[in-house]
Design a protein around this ligand. Sequence first.
Ligand code: 3PG
Ligand code: MG
Length: 397
Amino acid sequence: MRNLDDLLAEGVSGRRVLVRADLNVPLDKQTGAITDDGRIRAVLPTLGALVQAGAKVVVCSHLGRPKGAPDPQFSLRPVAGRLGELLDAPVSFAEDTVGDSAQSTVAGLADGQVALLENLRFNKGETSKDSAERGAFADQLAALGDAYVDDAFGAVHRKHASVHDVPARLPHVAGRLVLREVEVLSRLTGDPERPYVVVLGGSKVSDKLAVIEALLPTVDRLLIGGGMCFTFLKAQGHEVGTSLLEEEMVETCRNLMERAPGKIMLPVDVVAADAFAPDAAHDTVPADGIPSHRLGLDIGPETVAGFAAVLSQAKTIFWNGPMGVFEMAAFANGTRGVAEAITKADAFSVVGGGDSAAAVRALGLDESSFGHISTGGGASLEYLEGKTLPGIAALEN
Ligand code: 3PG
Ligand code: MG
């Protein structure tokens, strides 16, 4: 896989370099303000190097999941503003992705200047399953650059035009972020130092099933919290009140636990609340004593202590998914406790994913005390599953 240094060595001064970034940042529902700019910061090394080398830098990204047509709530305009602040240079913004505005914006770039195109997903061709439709959009995008850099690690698992089809049309390299992400994750799939402990949270077992299947034979311990733990607790024979439950996954969870006795560690206590609300009445209860009218919104302190004890022995740690509803202060202690335990462990630790990375920053934890904070949620999980990632495969071709 060629990388940014190879492109820089060829010389990029005066050339238009199309950079696919993952600037899919969380926005405040009320104000539309960017609530976590981690993904914007993560592409600065690549963009900075291109600016320095005098390239005309054309950045493109998706934001959210608009349905193939312009939708103002998913505009990248606020991201252009933040990107400009972080680069300390103006970023011109194109009102469309490949139309008149994009073409004139790109044509107006001087050497070392940066433009951001409007949301790729405002065009049907970006996510189309039809390769001709995707290809037609990729042709238009590719016409805006002389070379292509993929630095959108969070999107490399998507077979989308900007990720999978554009690199077939332009000289292509991996950006600094993609290169680093792949280097780090390959340490986990190679021969990780043991004990290798994985912590999984988040709401659904069904989203994590493939990675659990893939990791179960290799990990030493798998610690499970978050909304998905209730389906496992149910499989253990406990009643879970009105907690999140995937009834159709209970049998699968039972099989997983039987397949690897002792490897999967579940909560022994949970914080159960009257309602899904920041001010809901709540108590810590044993995992086998969740009242029928209550729902679990966090793991309890005894569970945190147990998880922390396992993590303190680990040499390699991968964590994906919050342990509870960390956006609400009353239900953030589990996520905070586990995150702190990870930072204290004498281990190589990787935080995978949008939500967990945002949790680290939202809880004010020191990012530098983790080995690596991945910008990819789905992408890092699919990498660990051993799947071929369309964006990476396209760069290798
Ligand atoms: C993400 O946030 O997981 C990435 O930006 C990919 O977004 P997607 O899941 O909408 O493809
Ligand atoms: Mg996602």
